[in-house]
Design a binder for this molecule. Structure first.
Ligand SMILES: Cc1cc2nc3c(=O)[nH]c(=O)nc-3n(C[C@H](O)[C@H](O)[C@H](O)COP(=O)(O)OP(=O)(O)OC[C@H]3O[C@@H](n4cnc5c(N)ncnc54)[C@H](O)[C@@H]3O)c2cc1C
Ligand code: SF4
Ligand code: SF4
Length: 509
């Protein structure tokens, strides 16, 4: 009865270090860890000892005979990860590549693994951390392993833990339980958290630097990427950032005016956040009572007239930004979902007689495609539902005062910088609510260098640099360091790298 990694996995790799037989992969020092959408247990070597279960902060590993409903598919996904070490046959690969061309799949690298760090005995170190999100809490945890270190966290909001509280969907209770780990870290007597304290507004960064031996900026990437097309200023067009903040009781978005008196909502972008907002919009409010959703949002959702939420991706299914575990979770959770068979059909490259572009799908994309095929074969749900649409980009939002329609242009594989080009076809989709979910972005920090192209603070292994010169005593971690990629647990290895650099610098004083 092997153990199985399931949907809630946030990739912190704690299980990897707990496992006595090294049967959980990829490990942080393996190359695939940087792009893996989840970790997998090898069923042929797992000895069923359960050590990983107690190491996992979010209850994502379970014995295969105790899988929660809707997670059964993960047994096969874990096993297939190892079976798929065998390459697909040439004909199989060719037919998959034709059906789901992927010559332009882009996966952002996540975080590197850091070697263990040391601090000389007798040294006393006082570190300030700006932000209390996952990257800050993992950095604090890493620092507090050293008895000489004390830490002060500065957080602008009235409650700690950043997007673990204000981003993770309210119905993803296992993932949200990572906050129990952060609570435990926060109980350390050498850690204090100052809430309602914004650096740059209440205290300057210079002042924080004077107070501490070193400062780690862990302020995240708080804004969304804008969509620059006509109509973004219309009522009823909002960012997923604000909508997520609204249903998660984020103080900045508590008063957002959300009008759900429309029968269709459109979500632009198809990452995990897009799936989150779509799922919340179609879930029976009666089921949301048992979640952490903000009561005010629940009241509005109870009056919702939405019948369909269309999630629009500009490229094909093989390039969908959502991860495999999230797709599986959605497909098997009973949430009504549909996808047009036409969107899964082979797509002709404009310069090619043969369908598709060269390129063999990786295992994750193949597994995603299999799930999408299965959804397409299901009968279209009659009531409130999510529709996944591919190969379309928004051209314009139209309406008088409020949005009433979205013009979507059809794409195909092409030679443009994003791997697609317009076909010239378009359609107008009536909709009274549009949520844009095309990614997050860091903002410049007064007093620190900033790379506007990536929305990050430039650094070398976590040490902030201005050109070639290090900014003494200032470090970065999390989304403001590597960009908005990865899972909650990805920040653990990211912060370990930053803390290793910091301790190396301070031990050399
Ligand atoms: C909507 C959404 C849902 C997600 N869901 C999941 C999920 O289900 N599973 C998963 O594994 N990952 C999920 N993620 C990703 C995960 O949340 C991120 O990897 C992680 O939160 C990044 O951590 P961070 O510490 O860099 O930033 P954040 O979590 O954003 O934390 C930054 C903190 O810094 C504070 N801050 C910023 N500026 C200042 C300042 N000037 N002074 C003081 N404080 C400041 C902010 O208030 C915030 O608390 C989700 C992300 C989003 C956006
Ligand atoms: S049950 Fe034991 S052997 Fe199996 S994955 Fe977990 S720690 Fe490894
Ligand atoms: S959340 Fe961490 S400990 Fe749990 S399964 Fe995923 S990588 Fe392993």
């Amino acid at each position: 009865m092997p153990h199985v990694v399931t949907q809630a996995c946030c990739g912190d790799a704690s299980c990897v270090f707990a496992c006595p037989v090294n049967c959980i992969h990829p490990t942080p020092d393996e190359p695939d860890f940087a792009t893996a959408e989840m970790l997998y247990v090898d069923p042929s070597t797992c000895v069923d000892c359960g050590a990983c279960v107690s190491a996992c902060p979010v209850g994502a590993i379970v014995p295969d005979h105790r899988l929660p409903a809707g997670q059964e598919r993960f047994v096969d996904l874990n096993a297939r990860h190892y079976a798929a070490a065998e390459a697909p046959s040439t004909s199989d690969a060719a037919s998959m590549a034709a059906r789901f061309p992927v010559d332009h799949v882009l996966r952002l690298p996540l975080a590197p693994a850091a070697p263990p760090s040391a601090l000389r005995a007798g040294t006393s170190v006082d570190v300030g951390i700006v932000g209390s999100g996952p990257s800050a809490m993992y950095a604090a945890d890493e620092l507090l392993r050293h008895p000489q270190v004390s830490v002060t966290i500065y957080e602008r909001l009235d409650r700690p833990f950043g997007l673990a509280r204000f981003g993770v969907a309210p119905d993803h209770l296992s993932t949200r339980s990572v906050m129990r780990l952060f609570d435990e870290i926060a109980r350390d007597a050498r850690l204090r958290i100052l809430l309602n304290t914004e650096i740059g507004r209440d205290i300057t960064l210079d002042e924080v630097r004077r107070r501490h031996d070193a400062v780690i900026w862990a302020g995240g990437a708080p804004t969304d990427r804008p969509i620059e097309i006509p109509g973004t200023g219309l009522g009823g067009v909002a960012s997923a950032t604000s909508f997520v903040g609204w249903y998660n009781d984020h103080p900045d978005f508590a008063d957002l005016d959300v009008d759900l008196s429309t029968d269709r909502a459109v979500v632009i972008g198809n990452g995990n956040v897009a799936l989150d907002v779509a799922r919340i919009l179609v879930t029976d409010p009666g089921e949301l009572v048992a979640t952490t959703i903000a009561p005010r949002a629940l009241e509005v959702l109870r009056r919702s007239e939405i019948e369909e939420v269309v999630v629009v991706g500009r490229r094909g299914p093989a390039d969908a930004a959502f991860t495999l575990p999230e797709l599986v979770g959605l497909a098997d959770s009973g949430v009504p979902i549909t996808v047009d068979e036409a969107d899964l059909a082979p797509v002709l490259h404009p310069d090619s007689e043969s369908p598709g572009a060269p390129g063999v799908l990786d295992d994750t994309s193949r597994a995603k495609n299999a799930v999408l095929q299965e959804i397409a074969a299901r009968r279209t749900p009659s009531g409130r539902r999510i529709r996944l649409a591919f190969w379309e980009s928004p051209a314009e939002f139209t309406g008088t005062g409020r949005v009433s329609s979205v013009t979507l242009r059809r794409n195909r594989i092409g030679d443009g910088p994003t791997g697609i080009e317009e076909t010239g076809q378009h359609r107008d989709l009536p909709a009274g609510l549009v949520l844009t979910a095309v990614g997050y972005r860091g903002v410049a920090v007064p007093g620190l260098p900033f790379d506007a192209a990536t929305g990050t603070v430039p650094h070398r292994t976590g040490r902030v640099v201005d050109g070639d010169a290090p900014v003494r005593g200032v470090y970065v971690t999390g989304w403001i360091k590597r960009g908005p990629s990865g899972f909650i647990g990805t920040n653990k290895s990211d912060s370990a790298e930053t803390v290793a650099a910091l301790l190396e610098d301070l031990s050399g004083r």
